[in-house]
Design a binder for this molecule. Structure first.
Ligand SMILES: [Zn+2]
Length: 256
């Protein structure tokens, strides 16, 4: 079970690494209810918990908005507040008073350029973030802490980018998030989105031969060596080796 989970986490990490450039130390923005869930399970070290999940170095961040929120939650959240205070404080790029969730949305922006993971129990926030390209989401369940697999939307998004034969980064420049891609607004040109109108049908591109059907050129051994090898074979025709066999059968006969 545990090994299976490791495998799934590795696969997801590789997905975000290959397609979006996530790398260690992994930066995780945590919100108050995630810290609370981890602390309630008897573990005050949120960063260590995340590091164990991601099997690598982690920097866990809160925002002042999250701490402020937890301060207002009373005694029940004392330990949670302590746990949150031990994390690094991410300085967000705005000063306006906001809710903790809004602050996280703001820091992620529409492309998560800073490569944050987000750890949250807030379903609305999860849903919102799953529509922004490239936000790995972490949450706590009764079985422990989990990393959400990339959703179908994100997988299709990556697929379209690779079909367009460009890096995701370049592909993104022509669009605003996955929502736009889904509606085919900005990237109607990507395979099969909006059907091209009459006269807009794209010409079939002339393509080279299918690389998979082209035979590889066989490397030829230099002439001299080849001849020598042939000569060798003629001189000493291969003999079937009977080593041991004869003796063994002979022995058998003797015994019988
Ligand atoms: Zn802020």
């Amino acid at each position: 079970m545990r090994i299976k989970r490791h495998k799934a986490v590795r696969k997801t990490l590789r997905f975000f690494h290959v397609n979006f450039g996530f790398r260690e130390p992994y930066k995780v923005l945590v919100d108050g209810n995630f810290v609370h869930a981890v602390v309630a399970s008897g573990n005050g070290d949120v960063e260590a918990t995340l590091s164990k999940l991601l099997m690598g170095n982690v920097r866990a961040f809160t925002t002042r908005h999250t701490l402020h929120e937890l301060q207002g939650m009373g005694r029940e959240y004392r330990a949670t507040l302590e746990g949150a205070r031990r994390l690094e404080r991410h300085k967000c790029s705005h000063d306006k008073a906001q809710t903790a969730a809004e602050a996280i949305k703001g820091e992620i922006g529409d492309r998560n350029e800073s490569h944050f993971f987000v750890a949250t129990q807030d379903k609305d926030l999860q849903r919102y973030l799953s529509k922004v390209p490239a936000v790995p989401i972490i949450f706590k369940t009764v079985n422990g802490v989990s990393l959400q697999k990339p959703g179908v939307g994100l997988q299709n998004y990556v697929k379209r980018a690779s079909e367009a034969k460009m890096g995701v980064q370049d592909y993104e420049k022509g669009m605003v998030g996955m929502g736009a891609a889904r509606e085919g607004a900005t990237v109607g040109s990507a395979e099969g989105e909006a059907p091209p109108g009459p006269g807009l049908r794209r010409k079939k591109k002339a393509r080279g031969p299918n690389p998979l059907s082209v035979k590889k050129k066989v490397k030829r051994a230099p002439q001299v060596q080849r001849r020598a090898a042939e000569g060798d074979q003629q001189a000493k025709p291969k003999r079937k080796r009977m080593r041991g066999r004869g003796k063994a059968s002979a022995g058998g006969e003797n015994a019988g």
